[in-house]
Structures are given as structure tokens and as C-alpha cells.
Design a protein around this ligand. Structure first.
Ligand code: AMP
Ligand code: MG
Length: 486
């Protein structure tokens, strides 16, 4: 396969449908650009030839400096609530939508850049990104994909050859990101704030056509759009919770309409189970703590619903009534997805009734929190316990008697060990491993990074020689802190 640039097309549907939210813009030049990592499998899915992507022309495409004929890169406008406070104009301050690739199966996917230079939305920022944080997004998003969790994907990270100034000078980079779209709750907040109902309706119709086409046939299409987004977000947040993922910055501009996870800034996987876990250095109040994520998703969806009121019904009171009722569906939907997932993690046969399963889950989480148990490795070791070897699971509890009592109740339900191994990952991008890989890559050695990507993209399959990837951080790793907007 080869990809003559002339045969592949970057469409500009977003820019055509929503010119008011699209500022035509160009990526910054990077004469000494060098590819750091390329996702060959994703390239193949997009119909792009990896060999061509590695060529000077291909690298030019990956950083947006040479785009196919007819492409029209834009910076997208959006608003957002940051830590609860409305910012009416955020937008792509260091990003660009190059355009959309429509693959042979008819799926439309955004090709998007992060770190491609200042835009009219930069608000004093430099528009740039550093190698470390872009590789961080790459490895964590690809791990999420490997876990089967909806997410934006990472096609490549390219070092620009230029320095980015943070606390220290760092090597600059561009991430090439692929997503089913970059529509966010914040996109709707932006459109609603313009008070141009025509624009808002066009945005909603664009979102329905791309992500929730069944809503078009509903009696109230825009209410159905809201319900569909609430449903995919309920499923998504449940998936995060089940693997111990903390997003870290669930602002409304970082919540997608598609239901994909987006914006891997200060995110991290929790080690010891604790609902109040926070990694982000700026999240002092714990707004985006692990255990708060479902409530924050509901809060964000309420902001989304507000933007749609004028489309839902001409009578404002009636619109509020309908939206409130629809929003009320989020909690039960989330609970159902999470409960189903927890039952699967425990390998419970389907005939076990909720009266037994519910308290079993609640009691286990209390035991995990009480003994500061490593979340990921515990659930994996529980598979071994279902096979008869309970020692690895038992050994991590301070309250041994409490755990033994729980173990007896659980085993009496005949858990299915093989089913458990299919849903309890053995390898997640653990914070100490991510840091180690990023430090090496920033210093020029990308091998630990590519190895980590390889391990975490097949998270359920135990492999020889990878024991250190399955273990919690050593004690001396200390409290982990992550940073935003780096
Ligand atoms: P984020 O926290 O990455 O979701 O970004 C929030 C907002 O800040 C978005 O509008 C970004 O485009 C913008 N932003 C983040 N970092 C930079 C930067 N280095 N230069 C310009 N804008 C930025
Ligand atoms: Mg963002």
C-alpha cells in the first residue's frame, strides 16, 4: 500500500457546517521536525501508509505544515466551565483541526494537532507543547483504547526541534490526534452564548448526524440528542471508574458529545483504592477526585442541557421540565453500567441476585480503602483466588479477618476466573512507569516508552517477563502529582 498524497482527502465538514466556530489557521513551521513515535496500526485503519508517514512529506502532514490539496485547517471555537467557572471563549489555543478522513467503512474521523503553534484562541499562551506531555497523552490514550474504553486516539508524536519554555526549556512536540469528532459540551456552550439559534441548531444537527443519528427520528430530536449524550457518558464514566482512571480535569470543554475520553492532561490511574484520590496539582478542592467523577459528569450534562433548552421546546418551562427529567436518567444509567461492570470484575454468574451482589461490592470497596490496597493488581489476583490460590489477594490486607469473611461469601457464589481475567487488566500505565518512560524519551531514549506502549495496549493478556509492569509503584515513588496545560 502506498499513500500518494493526491489520493487522500481531508474533508472540512466541520468548517463548512459551522464557519462561525472555525478560524482558518496554519500550523507553525518546524524545519527540524523528527518523528518520535508513529501508531502504525491506527495509520492502517485510516488508510494511511506508515512508510509515507515516515517520509519528509508524511511528517509535514503529521505536524500540519504540508496538508493535502483542498484541506482547510481550522482552530475550533468553544467555551467551557473550568473548575466550575464559565470561560466564554476558550477554543483551540494550541491545536488545529486539519480536517476529516472518511474511511472505507464510512466513518468520519478528525485529524487534529496539539502543540501546533499559537492561534487567535491562545490567550497569552505560547500555543506549544513539550515532548513529555504529548507522549503521556499518546501512551494513556492508547492504553484506554487497549482496555476497550472509548477514547480519542494518538497517531503520532513529532519532535519539532524547537524548545518550549516551561519551568525549564523542554523539547517541543506536536501530537497528531484522531477522534470521531472534537465536539464538546463546551462547543454547545459557545454556540448558545452567541444567542444565534440558527448556529446552535446547525451545531446540534451536525452532532446528531455524526454521533447520534437515531435522535433525528425522535419526536423531539434535540432532547433525544441530550439523552444519547447522557447515555454514552454514563457508560464512559462507569468504564473509567471500573479501571481506576482519574481524568483530572473534567471541565465542560473536556467532555465530548461522542462519548470518547478526551484531553489526557493531569489524568492518572489510581494505585491504592481511595475515592478521594486526586493527582492534579491544581485541583486543591478535589473537585475532580476519583469518587466525584460521576457527579461531575452529571453537572457537566446539566450545563449541556441548558444550552439546548431553546431547541427542546418553545415554552421555556416545558423545556426545563423535559430536560430535567432526561438529566435524571443519567444517575440510574451510570449505576446500572457500573454495577454490571463490578459484577463482571468479581466474575459473578448472572443468576446471582442483586441482594447478594450489591453488599458484596460495597463491603469489598470498604475493605480495599481500609487497607490501602492496589486497585488493579488486587482485582487481577482475585482471579487467582477464584482458581483456588487466595494468598496473593489475601496478602495485601491489614484487616485479614475482614477479608477472609468476605472471601468466603464471594467464593460461595462460584465466580468465573476466566471471565474475570477478560475484564480485570493486568497492565495499566502506572504512574511510576509512565514517568520513567517519559524521562528517558525526553533525554533521547524512546525504547522504554515504546515498550510501555506495547505492554499496556494488550492489557488483559499476561505475558512472560513483564512482572514489573504489573506491580504497584515502589514505596519511595511517593505521592504522585500531575500538571495541566503543559
Ligand atoms: P486544556 O486544559 O488542555 O483542556 O486546555 C484548556 C484551554 O487552554 C484550551 O483552550 C487550550 O487551547 C488552552 N491552552 C492550553 N495550553 C496552551 C498553550 N500552551 N498555549 C495556548 N493555549 C493553551
Ligand atoms: Mg481541553
Amino acid at each position: 500500500m502506498s499513500t500518494p498524497a493526491s489520493t487522500f482527502v481531508l474533508d472540512d465538514l466541520f468548517a463548512r457546517d459551522l464557519p462561525e466556530m472555525s478560524v482558518p489557521w496554519q500550523a507553525a513551521n518546524a524545519p527540524a521536525a523528527r518523528l518520535v513515535v508513529l501508531n502504525e496500526s491506527l495509520a492502517g485503519d485510516l488508510g494511511l501508509d506508515p512508510e509515507w508517514l515516515r517520509s519528509p512529506d508524511g511528517v509535514g502532514f503529521l505536524i500540519g505544515t504540508s496538508v493535502p490539496d483542498g484541506a482547510r485547517p481550522v482552530a475550533q471555537a468553544y467555551a467551557g466551565h473550568q473548575f466550575g467557572g464559565l470561560v466564554p471563549r476558550l477554543g483551540d489555543g494550541r491545536a488545529l483541526l486539519l480536517g476529516e478522513i472518511v474511511t472505507d467503512d464510512g466513518r468520519r474521523r478528525d485529524v487534529h494537532l496539539k502543540g501546533s503553534g499559537a492561534t487567535p484562541f491562545s490567550r497569552g499562551g505560547d500555543g506549544l507543547a513539550a515532548v513529555g506531555p504529548m507522549l503521556r497523552e499518546y501512551v494513556i490514550s492508547e492504553a484506554m483504547h487497549g482496555l476497550g474504553i472509548p477514547t480519542t486516539r494518538s497517531l503520532a508524536v513529532t519532535a519539532t526541534g524547537q524548545q518550549v519554555f516551561r519551568e525549564t526549556p523542554l523539547p517541543g512536540a506536536v501530537l497528531t490526534r484522531v477522534a470521531s469528532s472534537h465536539l464538546r459540551v463546551g462547543s454547545f456552550v459557545y454556540a448558545a452564548l452567541t444567542r444565534d439559534v440558527g448556529l446552535l441548531r446547525r451545531l446540534a444537527d451536525h452532532a446528531i448526524a455524526r454521533h447520534h443519528p437515531e435522535a433525528a427520528n425522535a419526536e423531539r430530536p434535540y432532547l433525544a440528542l441530550f439523552e444519547s449524550v447522557a447515555a454514552v457518558q454514563a457508560e464512559l464514566i462507569a468504564r473509567w471508574m471500573l479501571v481506576g482512571f482519574v481524568h483530572g480535569v473534567m471541565n465542560t470543554d473536556n467532555m465530548t458529545i461522542s462519548g470518547e475520553t478526551i484531553d489526557y492532561g493531569p489524568c492518572a490511574f489510581m494505585d491504592a483504592f481511595d475515592p478521594v484520590t486526586v493527582f492534579s496539582s491544581i485541583d486543591h478542592a478535589g473537585r475532580y477526585a476519583y469518587g466525584n467523577q460521576p457527579a461531575i459528569a452529571a453537572w457537566n450534562l446539566a450545563r449541556f442541557a441548558e444550552t439546548l433548552l431553546s431547541l427542546i421546546d418553545d415554552d421555556q418551562d416545558r423545556a426545563i421540565e423535559l430536560a430535567t427529567e432526561a438529566l435524571g436518567g443519567f444517575g440510574p444509567r451510570y449505576e446500572a453500567a457500573w454495577t454490571t461492570g463490578m459484577r463482571a470484575k468479581l466474575g459473578l454468574p448472572t443468576d446471582v441476585d442483586e441482594a447478594a451482589a450489591g453488599p458484596l461490592v460495597t463491603d469489598l470497596l470498604e475493605l480495599l480503602a481500609g487497607s490501602h490496597v492496589d486497585y488493579t493488581s488486587f482485582f487481577r489476583s482475585l482471579g487467582a483466588a477464584a482458581r483456588g490460590d487466595a494468598e496473593p489477594a489475601r496478602g495485601v490486607f491489614i484487616d485479614l479477618a475482614g477479608f477472609d469473611a468476605w472471601l468466603g461469601r464471594w467464593r460461595a457464589l462460584s465466580p468465573d476466573a476466566d471471565a474475570m481475567d477478560r475484564v480485570n487488566p493486568i497492565y495499566v500505565p502506572r504512574n511510576h512507569l509512565v514517568e520513567e518512560a517519559l524521562t528517558a524519551a525526553t533525554n533521547g531514549d524512546v525504547e522504554p516508552f515504546t515498550r510501555l506502549v506495547d505492554v499496556v495496549t494488550s492489557p488483559y493478556e499476561e505475558r512472560e517477563g513483564l512482572q514489573r509492569y504489573a506491580e504497584p509503584a515502589p514505596e519511595d515513588f511517593g505521592n504522585y502529582r500531575t500538571f495541566c496545560g503543559t
